[in-house]
Design a protein around this ligand. Structure first.
Ligand SMILES: O=C(O)CCC(=O)C(=O)O
Ligand SMILES: [Fe+2]
Length: 228
């Protein structure tokens, strides 16, 4: 994570609700993580998206213990994003504040019955897509999350990561976020503040993946709250 320009990332998060963080995993690490998809023992549950109307394709939530690299990234990214989360909460007039360390935040989730780990691997083939959604898993929500592309961009066509922003009494805005292999993007889970002429207001964000036209695409999702 040494290479990340956090000042630039924070400015982008404030301006657009999404920021690319640059490559955080090597191609070897990406390949090793994507290969875990075929080791069912690593996961607590598998979701076939079409069965729930979530899209097409599938994903799996890691079981404990999380792979070392995933656990380390989750803790380190949380620590850098917590100050942004606190600023956003303050600007949105929300009473919630986030502790500096991820362990303390997880303890809060666990005390409220949100104890199942949420980092996940997603796998898409031709025709697969992920409908616009918000990754909310209970009362406790950390307002930012991270996605990492494990595949090489040349391994697939289509399959763009997209975000929508629904603004009060206005038409929605959409953003497509191109990623390189191992590259991460941080983005708003559900709500974020936007500065307007009369102070801050809240906008609603959703994210998803457009239909894959060819190839295969793997991603790693890092969500900081655990699930009920
Ligand atoms: O596959 C993607 O790019 C999006 C995955 C996703 O929805 C997530 O990480 O929460
Ligand atoms: Fe998601």
């Amino acid at each position: 994570m040494q290479g990340i320009d956090w000042a630039a990332a924070e400015a982008e998060l404030d301006a657009a609700g999404v920021a690319r963080l640059g490559p955080l995993l090597t191609p070897e690490e990406c390949g090793a993580l994507a290969a875990l998809y075929d080791e069912p023992g690593r996961f607590r549950s598998r979701v076939v998206m079409a069965r729930h109307g979530y899209g097409r394709g599938e994903y799996q939530y890691f079981a404990h213990p999380l792979p070392d690299r995933v656990a380390a990234l989750r803790g380190a990214l949380y620590a850098r994003l917590a100050p942004v989360a606190n600023r956003w909460a303050e600007r949105m007039g929300l009473p919630v504040r986030y502790p500096a360390g991820h362990g303390e935040f997880l303890a809060r989730c666990h005390a409220a019955g949100q104890a199942r780990p949420t980092p996940l691997l997603l796998r898409y083939g031709p025709g697969d897509f992920n409908c616009l959604h918000q990754d909310l898993y209970g009362e406790h929500v950390f307002p930012l999350q991270v996605v990492l592309l494990l595949s090489r961009p040349e391994d697939f066509t289509g399959g763009e990561f997209v975000l929508t922003e629904q603004r009060p009494r206005q038409q929605s805005r959409v953003e497509v976020v191109p990623l390189g292999q191992g590259e991460a993007a941080a983005f708003a889970v559900a709500q974020r503040p936007v500065r307007g002429s009369r102070g801050d207001h809240r906008v609603t964000m959703r994210h998803g993946v457009s239909r894959l036209r060819s190839g295969q695409r793997h991603t790693l999702g890092i969500i900081f709250h655990d699930a009920r």
